[in-house]
Write a new protein. Structure first.
Length: 280
């Protein structure tokens, strides 16, 4: 017993010690013992401190036990978790629901403290699930076109630079790809070529391969002049020539057979039609 504790007990005994004849008459050994017990308990730390002390002691004991029996403890934990998976899940969900803000704050704090790990985890996940991630992004952008549009507007300069850099680095690849596309899409190519030439002449409007399909169907795939079967071919002709102020809109386009197209040139459409016996 420490000197301090001894002194305290002496003080406690002094407090309950009989001080007068009346006290002595009243005292019994049992009473004295009970009083001494009370005095001792009074010297103990308050109960909440005792609980803490006991907890720390137990934690230390537990830690020592875990250290010695790590495998066993892990195995037990696994058995327990497997047997009580549902219960654990429910308990976790209930805890999270009740402590939403706390959980959120804790997670945010953890992420702030473990930035590198978060970054590495994300990169690893992305590497392992690249296709899935790209699919998800594509689906999101398809469902939210305004997001992509806003990004493009906000980063127009950056995008232009990136595109230019890509074109510079992949000139050969691009040329190849374009040649392949042109070979695979002669209709679209011709439509584009017409538009380009019309633009050069200052004509307004444009038509697409789809427009040509519509026009061809309207002409029943026959030359607009001589009614020769075009068999999916024919020349795209400006009804009012561009040179005479015609537009490049689909309404000014017709399909002609080769001979008709060659003989028409840039003649006035009405005069040309009349030379073919047609009156417009
Ligand atoms: Zn013809």
């Amino acid at each position: 017993m420490s000197a301090l504790m001894m002194q305290r007990q002496i003080d406690a005994l002094n407090q309950i010690a009989p001080r007068s004849d009346a006290d002595l008459k009243d005292i019994s050994l049992q009473k004295l013992r009970a009083a001494l017990g009370n005095a001792r308990r009074a010297l103990l730390p308050p109960p909440e401190v005792l609980v803490k002390v006991r907890r720390i002691r137990r934690t230390k004991q537990n830690a020592a036990y875990y250290a010695e029996n790590a495998d066993k403890v892990r195995e037990w934990g696994g058995v327990y978790r497997t047997a009580n998976a549902e219960k654990i899940k429910e308990r976790k969900a209930a805890y999270c629901a009740e402590n939403k803000e706390k959980v959120k704050a804790r997670m945010a704090a953890w992420r702030t403290e473990n930035k590198e790990k978060v970054k590495a985890d994300r990169a690893a996940y992305y590497a392992a699930n690249r296709d899935k991630a790209l699919e998800r992004v594509a689906a999101y952008l398809a469902a939210n076109p305004e997001v992509r549009a806003a990004y493009r507007t906000a980063n127009a300069d950056k995008i232009r630079e990136m595109k230019a850099a890509y074109r510079a680095e992949n000139a050969d690849k691009i040329k190849e790809r374009e040649a392949a596309w042109r070979a695979a899409n002669p209709d679209k190519m011709r439509a584009q070529e017409h538009t380009r030439r019309a633009r050069k002449r200052g004509a307004e409007g444009k038509f697409t391969a789809e427009d040509i399909s519509t026009i061809r169907a309207a002409q029943k795939d026959k030359c607009a002049m001589c009614k020769t079967k075009l068999k999916g071919r024919g020349h795209r002709d400006h009804i009012v020539p561009l040179a005479k102020g015609g537009s490049n809109w689909p309404a000014n386009i017709q399909l002609l057979c080769g001979p008709c197209n060659c003989s028409k040139g840039a003649k006035d459409p009405i005069a040309f039609a009349r030379t073919h016996g047609r009156l417009l």
